[in-house]
Design a protein around this ligand. Structure first.
Ligand code: GLU
Length: 486
């Protein structure tokens, strides 16, 4: 790097879907780059061929696009530091691993599986005993020329303490005696993560490495590789994990908290992104609802928490509801329409009216079909629904109320919220009943449901005149025949 431009990267592995913990890492790297006028890079870390999942790379692109996290460089956006996909960089790792051997920071190891297995306690866990660390150069050359299988291992220097200052966790140090001479280049020529992350971050000019705490204590080991190459170390920001409860981390292997699942449930990408930004970071003024631009402006490392946070879907629902309420009615209509149509089917309802009924009543778009279930034809429902002690409504009162309302509404032509309301109130008054009683009974009569997303008047307006009266007459019959049986 010749200038001081901040460069951060997001380096997901295409090993499944993207859970919101992964996405949060990408988000923070993005916010940090944007806040500092820097560049944000996407790198696909696909060297683990066994765990690779079909379609996962496309999912990464889709997720970032939906989340509004736009990268300046990546596999489809060359910025001069590519390729940005690790499997397209194979020659590079080999070349640098060999260079590291030349520089004395790594060595060839010819130990076979059997020998390595014999080092352990039988459980497969072992620490390499440095058997090949000091093989004479000629022997190495001879065995390489003979085509023997080898790996390249890190030559961890003796007697040093590798230390760095993490931007979140402060000083982290590890004694080199505790670091294994780990594999950098495998026998198939593929790099391990331990090596690839260093080579790539260096060659891509990454100035700030932002990633999960699982790498916090391995970083001193990576720094020894930077040192052995004579490369400048980047700065590091490790992020505490997001938990699903007090003891378990979110995990994509267990299908937890997948971004696209939340979208399918009817969360808005901007609400998810806003919520996950707050999982582990808090702006100075404790604001909660923020646009991406506001988050960029407010983002600061001081606000990043040292401790893990628990993913709380109820909180995310609440925030999503805030986003829905704050939308213009036009935008809400656009985002809600598919779910409204799902509830309405072929029936002829005013979709705009249904949208405005829903806007303040759902936290997540996926709740819409259930909330609009009252539009479906009802069967024989439980008449106990008409009983309301506080309002002094029993079945007899309900019967009178529904009759009074039905009779009055039959004669009403102009079917608007005001006129229906006026008509029902007047009818209640003339019958010597409370309008609340009539409205309560009317709502049940209209929907056959104990809970509805609006009062009697709203339900009547949505259902329109003929359907409202058809339903009320049917309910009236049910109430009458129950009455006759008493
Ligand atoms: N591919 C690694 C992961 O998905 C990225 C680690 C890093 O950011 O260095 O965990």
């Amino acid at each position: 790097m010749t200038d001081n431009t901040v460069r951060t990267r997001f380096a997901p592995s295409p090993t499944g879907f993207m859970h919101i913990g992964n996405l949060r890492t990408g988000l923070y790297a993005y916010l940090f780059a944007r806040k500092n006028g820097g560049r944000f890079i996407l790198r696909i870390e696909d060297t683990d061929q066994e765990r690779k999942v079909e379609g996962a790379v496309d999912m990464i692109y889709r997720t970032l696009a939906a989340a509004g996290i736009d990268y300046d460089e990546g596999p489809d956006k060359d910025g001069g530091y590519g390729p940005y996909v690790q499997t397209q960089r194979m020659g590079i790792y080999k070349q640098y691993a060999e260079e590291l051997v030349e520089r004395g920071g790594a060595y060839y190891c010819f130990c076979d599986k059997e020998r390595l297995a014999s080092l352990g306690d039988g459980t497969g866990v072992h620490t390499y005993d440095r058997h090949c660390r000091n093989l004479p150069k000629e022997e190495v050359q001879r065995r390489l020329a003979a085509g023997e299988s080898y790996v390249i291992r890190q030559k961890v220097p003796d007697g040093v303490v590798s230390e760095y200052e993490d931007m979140v966790f402060g000083k982290i140090s590890v004694d080199s005696a505790d670091i294994e001479d780990g594999v950098l280049l495998k026998s198939d020529g593929l790099p391990t993560y331990n090596f690839a992350n260093v080579v790539d971050d260096h060659l891509m000019g990454i100035t700030h490495v932002i990633r999960g705490t699982e790498y916090l204590s391995s970083t001193p080991k990576y720094n020894l590789i930077y040192d052995a190459f004579g490369w400048q170390r980047p700065k590091y920001m490790h992020l505490p994990p997001i938990m699903k409860d007090a003891t378990r981390k979110l995990s994509k292997r267990f299908g937890d908290a997948n971004f696209e699942d939340f979208i399918a449930k009817g969360y808005l990408p901007e609400a998810i992104v806003n919520y996950i930004a707050l999982l582990g970071w808090c702006p100075k003024d404790n604001r909660e609802k923020m646009t991406m631009q506001e988050m960029i402006e407010a983002f600061d490392t001081d606000g990043i928490s040292h401790s893990s946070s628990i993913f709380d879907e109820a909180k995310m629902r609440w925030l999503n509801g805030e986003y829905l309420k704050a939308m213009s009615s036009e935008r809400f209509y656009d985002v809600a329409l598919p779910r409204i149509k799902q509830a309405v089917g072929e029936a002829d309802y005013d979709l705009k009216e249904l949208a405005s009924l829903m806007q303040t009543r759902v936290d997540v778009l996926g709740d819409i079909p259930e909330k609009l279930a009252f539009l479906n034809e009802f069967g024989d429902y439980d008449l106990a629904m008409y009983e309301h002690k506080k309002m002094k409504v029993d079945r007899e009162v309900a019967l009178r109320a529904v009759r009074v309302a039905t009779d009055a509404l039959e004669a009403l032509d102009d079917w608007t919220e005001d006129s229906v309301k006026q008509c029902v109130c007047l009818a209640a008054e003339n019958a010597g009943m409370k309008s609340g009683q009539v409205m309560f009974a009317m709502r049940v009569a209209l929907t056959g449901a104990p809970v509805t997303p609006g009062g009697a008047i709203e339900m009547a307006v949505v259902l329109k005149k003929s359907e409202s009266l058809r339903r009320m007459r049917r309910s009236l019959q049910m109430l009458e025949s129950a009455q006759q049986q008493v």
